[in-house]
Design a protein around this ligand. Sequence first.
Ligand SMILES: O=P(O)(O)OC[C@H]1O[C@H](O[C@H]2O[C@H](CO)[C@@H](O)[C@H](O)[C@H]2O)[C@H](O)[C@@H](O)[C@@H]1O
Ligand SMILES: O=c1ccn([C@@H]2O[C@H](COP(=O)(O)OP(=O)(O)O)[C@@H](O)[C@H]2O)c(=O)[nH]1
Length: 455
Amino acid sequence: MGKLIIVSNRVGSLKDTGKAGGLAVALVDVLRERGGVWFGWSGAVSDEGTFGEFKIERSKQVELVQLDINKADYDEYYAGYANRTLWPILHYRLDIAEFDRPFEEGYRRVNERFATRLKPLIKPDDLIWVHDYHFLPFASTLRAMGVENRIGFFLHIPFPSPDIITALPRHGALIRSMLAYDLIGFQTMRDRNHFIDYLVQEQGGRVVDDDVVSVYGREITVRAFPIGIDATGFATFPDSPEGKRQQQRIRQAQRDRAQIVGVDRIDYTKGIPHRFRGFERLLEEYPENRGRVTFLQIAPSSRSEVDAYADIQRELEGLAGQINGRFADVDWTPIRFIARGFPRKALAGIYRASRIGLVTPLRDGMNLVAKEYLAAQDPENPGVLVLSRFAGAAEELRESVIVNPYSAAEVAAALQTALQMPLDERKSRHALMFERIVRNDAHNWATRYIRALGG
Ligand SMILES: O=P(O)(O)OC[C@H]1O[C@H](O[C@H]2O[C@H](CO)[C@@H](O)[C@H](O)[C@H]2O)[C@H](O)[C@@H](O)[C@@H]1O
Ligand SMILES: O=c1ccn([C@@H]2O[C@H](COP(=O)(O)OP(=O)(O)O)[C@@H](O)[C@H]2O)c(=O)[nH]1
């Protein structure tokens, strides 16, 4: 059995700092089991860029191998084609995407340089697993260099219908380059079906078997693999010292008030302003909640060099101020908006102390916060997850209160339902979903994918 090579823009960590997400931890576990390499960007920008020395971290049979990129790569690849063109289009936001950025510019250059640097590390039996929209053409670049290994791809973000994806200039060339993969995985059946529709409608593909599409003489497996978290591990976090400390702080400050919590990177896909308006509508239409319910939004900044991200924080500060100005009382502040991140053990305590987890993206590949909120609940007295129908997680978490995030009235009604939900119903909904996220945890997800790839 050859080693596993994981390629992704962000690379996990071998140190258990508690900061790494469940996904990073799960992938490191899988690498530890069979030995392997995790290859990607170091997160640093330097003059040598991809021509510089590898930054290597080793532990037993796992190696993290990382490269810098240079300023032009950062602007054209990460902050450029990946996050100004692909990210908005794949999240259905044609209105803010940049259409005049050819992928042949920095995006393809960085893919080619990373592939060139990876090539000498590849042995004939190795399995290669490439992640996310930063590296769509990676396999085709490797194939052009003569690499014949099994290569799989997993897309962490949505894949929209052909109507939308065909608005991407030169979509045909870019997506044809993905046909060099042997297995292409998506978060949901919806994304998988859109991709197959695209291959059939735009590239002359033919579905030959359940998950197999024949296109340009190749047979590619296209399947949904909804990503999981380390649910049993995360369930212990509220009882960690940091988790307990946060619960205590909230309970002291909130006394018997019900807390609603939202946790998201500041991103226009997450629907945070819509969510604020939904909470405002709750206070308007169900006035019995005034003085008795609070909303805490945690929102670390993200990709702030990209214009579409720059103004969201200011917009949220304005909205929170407006809503607080309108409803606050001397002893009650309706919205607390915190524009920075928290470690995951602290988040777990915050989730446990919150009566509602409010997860309302306008589009999201999966949304791990939804799963973490459930994992952190006390099974004997769980809170309620209010979840957007447009999060990938909604395909699995059917017992949450599902909402249309665009409708403030619907969000307000869902919050009211959640606030009034009897204990028995909360327990039964939570038990069903918790059992499901334990069964499909991050480790099972990775193992299933690798098996499907032939590992
Ligand atoms: O690396 P950044 O630019 O700082 O962004 C953070 C990550 O955002 C995206 O996350 C996605 O993956 C999650 C796990 O599968 C999924 O739950 C979520 O819905 C997605 O948005 C992005 O896909 C990652 O590559 C980024 O590292
Ligand atoms: O202050 C924060 C906010 C978020 N997260 C973590 O960031 C991840 C967010 O993943 P999700 O799939 O919800 O969205 P993404 O940001 O990947 O689009 C989750 O594991 C969160 O626990 C965190 O550690 N601290």
